[in-house]
Design a binder for this molecule. Structure first.
Ligand SMILES: Nc1ncnc2c1ncn2[C@@H]1O[C@H](COP(=O)(O)OP(=O)(O)OP(=O)(O)O)[C@@H](O)[C@H]1O
Length: 295
């Protein structure tokens, strides 16, 4: 088993102790990144040396780098991957109920059963967790709570929704296998995992192994639409007018101007953007009781 660790986290005593303790159970080789780009090189080295199980130690950004590196290899050459969550938010790991304790995470990495999971892509870039767009791409302390939480199941506030009225929406078209949808979107997300932005549950029912991505979004609305928006937030349905909920294998966003996107924490600005689900593209080691697995 080979652990590729984000160098930022390499000195954490709990990581060192966990590796030492787990070495009683069997060998763990450790490699450490120094900067962006090292992950791809270390993955290449691991595959050349015949590694049969990889562990990525870091936050969602490191997981994304690992997945992006693995996706450049043919499916049969991608070894099972485990996650040692060491980020601040660890949104992907948290939604998957992965152990946050390094000892437990490494034990699961060693003993756990690999499960095939989907990987998402936006143009030529990959994401394992969530691609968020519009205002969601730049979720900061000043983002109105309603936009951060609008799909979070009641976490939004009426005041926040009123603030959303002042935002300039992104005018575009979503081309899907089921047809084309003209939209003026305030915020949206394409979800393989369930949560992003430090615990925002954007797609609380998304599954990692359904071969589909959850497209969620909030369309621009006027003051007169508020009751309708509130009722759609309460009970999301596919035929909603303002709150978008769709499960699709792919969709393409077309627009005059690019919408800022954020793929597992990394920025992307492009038009068009083709979102694609790659079913079962990766074997991930997940807990037995992972809520994000359907099959
Ligand atoms: N030794 C290092 N020191 C600093 N940054 C590094 C190092 N090695 C890799 N990186 C960078 O770290 C980033 C990913 O880190 P990480 O996964 O911890 O991010 P994150 O999800 O933003 O985590 P956090 O939640 O801690 O902010 C990548 O952009 C990568 O280029």
């Amino acid at each position: 088993m080979r652990l590729i660790l984000n160098g930022k986290k390499a000195d954490l005593p709990e990581v060192r102790n966990a590796v030492t303790a787990q070495r009683d159970q069997g060998p763990i080789e450790v490699r450490v990144t120094w900067e962006g780009g090292d992950m791809a090189r270390l993955v290449s080295e691991a595959l050349n040396e015949g590694c049969t199980r990889l562990v990525v130690g870091g936050g969602d950004g490191s997981v994304n780098e690992m997945v992006s590196a693995l996706m450049t290899y043919p499916r049969e050459q991608r070894p099972p991957l485990a996650i040692l969550p060491l980020g601040t938010a660890n949104d992907f790991a948290a939604a998957c109920a992965l152990p946050l304790d390094p000892d437990e995470a490494l034990a699961l990495a060693r003993e756990g059963r690999p499960r095939p999971v989907d990987v998402g892509s936006a143009n030529e870039r990959f994401f394992l967790n969530v691609a968020s767009g519009g205002f969601g791409a730049r979720v900061t302390a000043t983002t109105p709570e309603a936009l951060k939480n609008f799909l979070g199941g009641g976490a939004y506030t009426l005041n926040g929704l009123l603030q959303a009225l002042s935002f300039e929406p992104y005018q575009g078209r979503l081309l899907t296998p089921e047809g084309s949808l003209e939209n003026r979107i305030l915020v949206g997300a394409v979800c393989n995992g369930r949560q992003a932005g430090g615990g925002q549950p954007l797609a609380p029912n998304a599954l990692l192994d359904d071969g589909l991505l959850d497209f969620v979004g909030l369309s621009a609305f006027g003051p007169q639409d508020l009751p309708q928006v509130l009722s759609e937030l309460e009970s999301p349905a596919p035929d909603n007018e303002f709150v978008i909920w769709m499960r699709l294998p792919w969709a393409e966003y077309q627009a005059e101007d690019p919408m800022p996107m954020n793929l597992d924490g990394e920025p992307l600005e492009a038009v068009p953007i083709r979102f694609q689900c790659h079913p079962g593209a990766l074997d991930l080691i997940l807990p037995q009781a992972c809520p994000c697995l359907g099959g």
